[in-house]
Structure formats: C-alpha cells, structure tokens
Design a binder for this molecule. Structure first.
Ligand SMILES: Nc1nc2c(c(=O)[nH]1)N[C@H]1C(S)=C(S)[C@@H](COP(=O)(O)O)O[C@H]1N2
Ligand SMILES: [Mo]
Length: 414
C-alpha cells in the first residue's frame, strides 16, 4: 500500500486517479444512489475522489446545499421514524468525500501514549476485518455541527458571524454500530501516561484562505475516548456510506460534530496535550468577553429544538394541526418541551413521544388549531435533565457556534 503520508507519493497517485475516475463516475453515482455503503474501488492508494464534494444524491426536497456541505430540510423529517434516514442525513465536509478501499485500509495507532511508543512509521495496525471481528456495540446518538443554527445569529439577533449559514438541519440521529475505541486502545497497548489522542481523517488537506492546515484532525482527551466513543462501521444497519465516513469513523456522542472524525486513518496517542487548528483557531468561542486565544475548546452541544415544518409553512385556518418536533442536548435527556404559537407570550407543554437514551433527541408533538389567518411565529423551548434551557438570546461569538436560543419559526395561516 502506498504511504499516503508521503507528499510525493500522494501527489503521484492522486494525479493518476484524477484521470481514471472520470470513467468511474457514473458507476459511483449509481452505487451511491442504491445506498451501497460498501462501495469498493480498486486503487493502489486505497483512496480516490468523486467529482462532486458529496457522493449521495441531494434532492432539493431533502437538502439545502452550501458548497461542500448539505443540511437536512426539517420538513423531510416529517413522517419519518425516530432515526434520521441515511438518505437525508446532513453532510459536513471540509473538502470532499474520499472513496476508500476497505481491503487495503488500515487504522494506525502510534505515539508516546502507547506502551512501546511506536513512531508514525511503525504504527499498531488494525484492518477493517480486524475491527469487524472485535466485540461490537450499538449506539443511538446525534451528530450535530457546532455551527448548526448559525444563520439565526444574523436573522434573529442582527449579528455578523462567519461560516456556513445553517438553519437547524445540521443535525441527525442515527443508530451507529462498531467497536468501542477503548477496546482498540487497550489492544494497541494504551499507556497510563496517555492524555490526548489525535484522530485524523484520510480526506484531502484543508486549505483556509490559501493556508494548508493539513488533514482534518482534532485532539480528543483520553477520558472521553475511554468513556463512550465508538469506532463506527455501520450507520442505521448498513455499512457507512462514503459521505458519512466509510470505512470507519469516530462517533463522539454529545460533543461537537468535528470530534466525530470521518474516514479515520490514524490516531496519534500522546503522553502530552496535543493541538491542531481544530481545537485552537476553530471550535472555540471568540469575540467580546472571551480571551484573545478564545474559550476552552468546545465539547458538548447545547440544547436545541426544531419543528418538522418547512420554513414559512402554509397552514389552514380552523383546522387542528399536529405540530411535530424534536429536541436534543449535549448534556443528556430532554426533560420538557414548551411551545408557543403567539411569539412567546403564552406557552404550553408539548407531548413527549420517544427518546432513546441520553445522547439522542426527544420526539414530541403539540396540537394547534389556528382560528385566524395571518402570519405567526412558532417557538419551541426545551429543558434538559441538568436544568439547562433554551434562552431568548444566544451569546454572541464571531464564528457563530452553539446557537442555542429559541428559534422563531415563521408560518402563514390562510
Ligand atoms: N475527516 C473528516 N472528518 C469530519 C469532517 C471532515 O470534513 N473531515 N467534518 C466534521 C464535521 S465539522 C462534522 S459536523 C461531522 C459531520 O458528519 P456527517 O457529514 O456524517 O454528517 O463530521 C466531522 N468529521
Ligand atoms: Mo461541524
């Protein structure tokens, strides 16, 4: 297998692939469309790229697309079950989806936090088959982009922030299956001195305003890694699809989406704190009230709620509507959801439906019979088991992370 960490080899392999994959394009699209997560391409590097940044179909009734990212339309969740079907699960790519050959793929662990301190050049390796043979575990959990809801800093709070202008569709709940990261760390010889891991993706290097920041990687404290992190190879009962990290991704429950590294290639295990742009210049809070280096690196997501309705939904006067929605929190279970149909003057309790564990959302519903035509704002406000509730205003930060305020959802009654 070619050494992908070697620049020259990588460039060579990449150039050759570029010519080859045009002819493969249609085949790839077809297999992605058929939902074949285990698309296997033969390429010496074990990695190729599709022409589009995202491989799966992105029909406009399911997604809003922003460059390399696509958000789920909340109305596409209406009538769905508890989980977000994979065909409508949001995609957040820094660059583009790589197509990886599971046969040659290896997960490599190395560093001073392992007992023999193996260097990057002689890592402890696990094949896809090795991982499939280890004890498997399931986990129902949301993955949510830290910038989910970012556009509301501007539209609700009049503030300028930078980044993808997500509404509330940068989140999904899936049933993941894989091996506990702790199991693999143990087998790799985790040392008691280990403090930080640095999982790294096999997607292309990320350029920000012309500066090459290298491959996507974000330090993960050993304590979280040993607690509940999964090396997932299945999503909703099928092998991961290319866009969601095939062959193996991390699922770091309750934490900011960036922690859940896709297309996992290697994990540095260190006996000292690690840093990357993804825990220093991004995924911290910056701005007034924060130190110049920003807040501490972000970990848990905040409390949020969404209605399964289109933006500016059209409803009928004098008819009872069942409003459906979902609420979730990085702190644990949702204890209560209140809904207002009069812009926040009066509130009523939503009826809780289903919540599968503390790392996934609560589905709920509320009945409403609008008697008069006009424009309305629907509000949903959740409170989690720690008592954390959604505020009227989200604390400003320049990168627009963690928008947890109550969202005012416009509808028209006619
Ligand atoms: N290797 C790699 N992992 C990654 C990313 C990426 O661009 N490259 N994006 C991260 C971000 S910011 C988010 S929100 C989640 C999105 O996961 P999804 O695309 O499966 O929904 O993946 C994370 N893991
Ligand atoms: Mo993200």
């Amino acid at each position: 297998m070619d050494d992908l960490t070697d620049e020259a080899t990588y460039q060579q392999v990449r150039a050759a692939q570029w010519h080859r994959h045009l002819s493969r394009r249609n085949l790839l699209r077809a297999s992605a469309g058929a939902g074949l997560g285990a698309t296997i391409l033969t390429s010496s590097a074990g990695r190729a790229f599709a022409d589009d940044p995202i491989v799966k179909p992105l029909p406009p009734e399911l997604f809003t697309v922003y460059g390399t990212n696509a958000e789920t339309k909340w109305e596409a969740m209406r009538g769905q079950g508890y989980l977000t079907p994979t065909d409508r699960f949001f995609v957040r790519n820094h660059t583009r989806t790589p197509l990886i050959d599971a046969k040659t793929w290896r997960l490599k662990l190395w560093g001073t936090g392992l007992r023999d301190s193996p260097g990057e050049d002689r890592p402890v390796e696990f094949s896809y088959e090795d991982l499939l043979r280890l004890p498997a575990e399931g986990l129902t959990a949301f993955i949510e982009c830290t910038g989910n809801g970012r556009s509301f800093y501007t539209t609700q709070q009049g503030q300028t922030v930078s980044g993808t202008p997500w509404k509330l569709g940068g989140v999904g709940v899936a049933h993941w299956r894989g091996v506990r990261l702790s199991t693999v760390l143990e087998r790799a010889g985790l040392s008691r001195r280990a403090v930080d891991l640095l999982p790294r993706g096999l997607d292309a290097e990320f350029l920000d305003k012309g500066v090459n920041l290298g491959r996507v990687r974000r330090p993960l404290p050993v304590a979280k890694a040993l607690k509940d992190v999964l090396l997932a190879y299945e999503m909703n009962g099928r092998p991961l699809q290319p866009d969601h990290g095939f062959p193996v991704r991390l699922v770091v429950p309750s934490w900011v989406g960036i922690a859940s590294i896709k297309w996992l290639g290697d994990i540095q295990v260190a006996d000292q704190p690690l840093f990357s742009p993804w825990n220093t210049q991004y995924y911290r809070l910056f701005g007034p009230g924060y130190p110049p280096e920003g807040s501490a690196p972000l970990t848990r997501q905040v409390v949020k709620s969404a209605f399964e309705l289109p933006w500016n939904a059209q409803l009928t006067t004098g008819r009872t509507q069942v409003l459906h929605g979902r609420s979730w929190s990085g702190n644990g279970r949702i204890r209560q959801v209140e809904v207002s149909v009069d812009g926040g003057v009066t509130w009523r309790r939503a009826h809780p439906r289903d919540q599968r564990g503390s790392r996934a959302w609560l589905t709920w519903e509320v009945h409403w019979r609008p008697e008069h035509p006009g424009s309305y704002e629907l509000l949903a406000r959740a409170t989690d088991e720690t008592g954390a509730t959604q505020p009227d205003l989200a604390p400003y930060n320049t990168l627009g992370y963690l928008f947890g305020a109550v969202v005012r959802h416009p509808v028209t009654v006619a």
